[in-house]
Every structure is written in C-alpha cells, then in structure tokens.
Design a protein around this ligand. Sequence first.
Ligand SMILES: CC(C)(COP(=O)(O)OP(=O)(O)OC[C@H]1O[C@@H](n2cnc3c(N)ncnc32)[C@H](O)[C@@H]1OP(=O)(O)O)[C@@H](O)C(=O)NCCC(=O)NCCS
Length: 159
Amino acid sequence: MIEVQVLTPDDWGLWRRLRRVALGESAGAFGATLAQWSGAGDTEERWRARLSEVPVNLVLRWDGVEAGMVSSYPCDDGAVELISMWVAPFARGHGVGDAAVNFIVARAHPCDVVLSVKSGNAPAIGLYRRHGFLDAGPSPDDPTERLMRYQPVRAQATT
Ligand SMILES: CC(C)(COP(=O)(O)OP(=O)(O)OC[C@H]1O[C@@H](n2cnc3c(N)ncnc32)[C@H](O)[C@@H]1OP(=O)(O)O)[C@@H](O)C(=O)NCCC(=O)NCCS
C-alpha cells in the first residue's frame, strides 16, 4: 500500500534525510547537488526555508517504509512545476512514482504541470509520458534537460 504524507516545515528532518539520500543516490538526475546541501549548506534554517518556499512537499511510503518524495510550486505563468521527484531504488517499478505524479497533478488542477528532466533519463521520461506529459522543448536553463508539460483536459466553452 502506498501512503502520501504532506509535509510542513516542522518535518524538515524527514525531508533532509530523504533528500540527502536522493541527491547521493541519483546525483545525475537533479540540478542540485549533495555538496550544495552539505556542510555549511546543511542547516535546519535552510531546510525549513526550502519547505516554506516550495508549498507542496510529499513523502511517500510503500508498505510503511519511506520510499519516495516530490514537490511542486506555482510558476509565474500560472502553471505548477513538479520538482525533486525521487523513488528509492528498492521501491521502483511499484507505483510510487505514479502516486507522486497523480497527487501533484490533482493538486494543481486545473493548472498545467511542467517539469525539467535530463534528456537521457528514460525511467523518468517514461513515467511522465504515461501520465500524459508531452515534450515541450529544450530547457532554457540547462542544455542537458528537456521541458515536459501536462495540460489537463479543459471543459469546452459552451454558447
Ligand atoms: C524516475 C523515478 C521517479 C520513477 O519512479 P518509479 O516509481 O519507479 O516509476 P515507474 O514505476 O513508473 O517506473 C518508471 C520507469 O522505470 C522503469 N523501472 C521499473 N523498475 C525499475 C527499477 N527497479 N529501476 C529503474 N527503472 C525501473 C519502469 O519500467 C518505467 O519505465 P516505462 O514507463 O518505460 O515502463 C525513479 O526511477 C527515480 O527516482 N529515479 C531517480 C531520480 C530521478 O530520475 N528523478 C526524476 C527527476 S526529473
């Protein structure tokens, strides 16, 4: 069974623990690095600020064990950006990523959901495509990343 916990800034210790594992385990998948969140960058104040500035932060459990995480925040253009997606290796291929995307897409409704993904990250691109995300071109911020966008079906205007 997959459970979703919505975090508050007081859960910074849980987020810190999982995020540091994610940054170490999947170093190539993220823009951030473990080094940036270590040493002087690894303070309670900074982790709390991260959970305050990004409004939606989830930890997912698979059969009671912490197994994944994801966040989202509103963009300037009205869309919602999905970030920090990670599923622990032991839980991959069991629906944890699906549950994370479903929650973020439902929470964002009726807004579009956008994300950046490394162009060679086939497992992640496969997951997002299965949920209806389409390639939206190269990332303006990073030539190694592609943008993907999910557009919910919007009700047709009736006259
Ligand atoms: C990408 C990721 C979140 C997918 O999580 P998940 O819960 O395994 O998602 P899915 O079960 O939908 O699997 C996604 C793809 O990985 C494949 N997969 C299944 N088991 C896997 C495993 N043990 N290891 C790697 N990939 C696996 C699936 O076949 C699927 O590919 P498909 O859609 O072509 O069939 C997870 O692999 C991960 O955390 N990767 C490292 C961090 C990362 O890339 N984050 C995304 C940043 S944009």
